[in-house]
Ligand binder design. Structure first.
Ligand code: AMP
Ligand code: MG
Length: 500
């Protein structure tokens, strides 16, 4: 390559101790084919789209060539998986190619996922079937369009190689972008070595990269803990407001930067039920929809535990005061969670603020959805259309044919309409908020699975079409009706699987 096509600016491996990572190269693949490149994201990253889609660009995305300035590493991390601590995880099927500074001046990781074995692969092959690559592309980009902090997808590659799971499947590679891939599990890994200097180095790095305001404080690590707790409280409320079920909230799948990561067994809920679980390996329902806030807090406790030695202030002879301060920080999660959740409730209901009574109103609506087996997404979207009509505003063409709330909702609706009348927003202001809070298109599991199944047969049209729909989640189009509808009984996908 002549001029460097991606302007790498790598800090993780240059600023942190060598045992945090392992230098590694990707395994070449026989017949790389670019299925989809995210040209808009490429532009944001300062990467030339033409180059990205050229044979040289595809070779880099497939791990067959090294871009100038790229210093690939597999990162070490540990983590609690389903509550059990595993001291040795790490990038077993991923490689950090390097970092770039995007056009907004933000540092972003460029990672390949499915690029072959690493020091941390244990018994795994380091590869990924194409299905999980397409799933992550669709889901992470949909989440981004829905406004949720998330890792992004820069490109999906078909490797031309068979990957063996229960059967031979076409292989794939995803190029993933993140504000960073530093996980709660990364901190746990470093903390478990007992090397406090290394732990400080990692935390200083995280502060400089993600939470620079913490460094102004006399106790930067305490402020870092607070900032991560707040970012997670916000993230999880956003998930709850959309019916998103992550499915594998292990501590290695929680990023300190507060972006959603790991789209393995995730799925959006259709009929509302807080106990909903999709993941085939989540037999106890640990990561069920309604458990997500409590699990996030549990993960944050593990983070606090890991950094406890450096939370001790000068002159403190034991850890007790540090534990008490950490406990206060962790308790704030609940307050922040409800403050943020209430704002989502207000937006979804079309109110400027939600008070205690509105929270009960919201919960009563959820209960009705549950009692009548109603689709979460369409149920809320109906509220937007009703509010628009009541305010004399147009609704999207054809949307009233999509779904109707059963008559049993009438009392609830009458009470809500009355409440809207007491709120000061204009119909137009209300509509803007409600539209963005109540999408009409979400990545429905049966659609995602159908796209993957077609791609396994070599036909990628469903994948492209679904991706296009998910780029515009808030505006209904009759031509896209099937994408807005919940699965019929025979289409329903009951289980999702990790990408392993
Ligand atoms: P995940 O389920 O993606 O969060 O992965 C958990 C751990 O297993 C991480 O350390 C992964 O890198 C590793 N892993 C998952 N799949 C594979 C694979 N096919 N080969 C090697 N390591 C893997
Ligand atoms: Mg993971």
């Amino acid at each position: 390559m002549s001029r460097s096509a991606i302007s790498f600016d790598n800090s993780y491996l240059h600023q942190l101790p060598a045992r945090f990572y392992h230098r590694q190269t990707a395994s070449p693949v026989p017949a790389a084919e670019l299925l989809l490149a995210n040209t808009e994201l490429a532009a944001e990253l300062g990467i030339d789209s033409d180059w990205l889609q050229s044979p040289q660009g595809i070779a880099v995305l497939a791990g067959n060539a090294l871009a100038e300035g790229s210093e690939p590493i597999a990162c070490a991390y540990a983590g609690h998986q389903f509550g059990n601590y595993n001291p040795q995880l790490g990038d077993g099927r991923a490689l950090l190619l390097g970092e770039v500074i995007d056009i907004h001046g933000r540092r972003r990781d460029v990672q390949l996922k499915g690029s072959g074995p690493t020091l941390y692969s244990r018994n795994g092959d380091g590869k990924s079937p194409l299905g999980p690559v397409l799933r992550e592309y669709l889901l992470s980009e949909a989440m981004h369009r829905l406004g949720v902090p998330t890792t992004r997808a820069l490109a999906a590659i078909s490797s031309g190689e068979a990957v063996y799971r229960e059967r031979a499947l076409p292989g794939g590679i995803l190029c993933r972008i993140a504000s960073s891939h530093i996980r709660v599990g990364t901190v746990q890994y470093v903390a478990s070595t007992g090397d406090e200097d290394a732990l400080r180095q990692l935390l200083d790095y995280v502060i400089a990269r993600h939470y620079p305001q913490a460094s102004d404080d006399a106790h930067p690590y305490e402020r870092l803990l607070d900032a991560v707790i707040e970012a997670q409280a916000r993230l999880i409320t956003h998930w709850q407001s959309l019916g998103f079920i992550h499915g594998v909230m292990n501590t290695d799948n929680m990023l300190l930067c507060g972006e959603t990561i790991d789209y393995g067994p995730c799925a959006f809920m259709e009929a509302y039920h807080p106990g909903t679980v999709f993941s085939s390996i989540d037999r106890q329902g640990r990561y069920a929809f309604g458990n997500q806030p409590a699990i996030a807090q549990w993960n944050l406790v593990q983070l606090a535990q890991a950094i406890l030695p450096v939370l001790r202030r000068d002159g403190e002879s034991d850890l007790k005061p540090a534990v008490e301060r950490a406990q206060d920080s962790l308790n704030a999660f609940t307050t922040q969670f409800f403050a943020s959740y209430r704002q989502h409730m207000a937006d979804k209901l079309g109110l400027s603020h939600a008070d205690e009574a509105d929270q009960q109103r919201y919960e009563a609506f959820l209960q009705q959805l549950q009692d009548h087996d109603c689709d979460f997404t369409l149920g809320f979207r109906c509220l937007r259309d009703r509010a628009a009509q009541a305010g004399g505003l147009p609704i999207d063409d054809g949307i009233d044919d999509l779904f109707a709330l059963p008559e049993a909702f009438n009392d609830w609706l009458a009470d809500w309409q009355q409440r809207l009348g007491q709120d000061g927003m204009t119909p137009a202001q209300r509509d803007t908020r409600m539209r963005r809070a109540n999408p009409v298109f979400i990545p429905r599991n049966h659609q995602v699975e159908a796209a993957i199944a077609a791609s396994y047969q070599g036909d990628h049209r469903r994948f492209f079409a679904l991706n296009e729909v998910l780029q515009q989640p808030f505006d209904y189009r009759p031509a896209w009706r099937e994408y807005a509808l919940p699965a019929r009984d025979e289409e329903r996908v009951e289980q999702t699987f990790c990408g392993t």
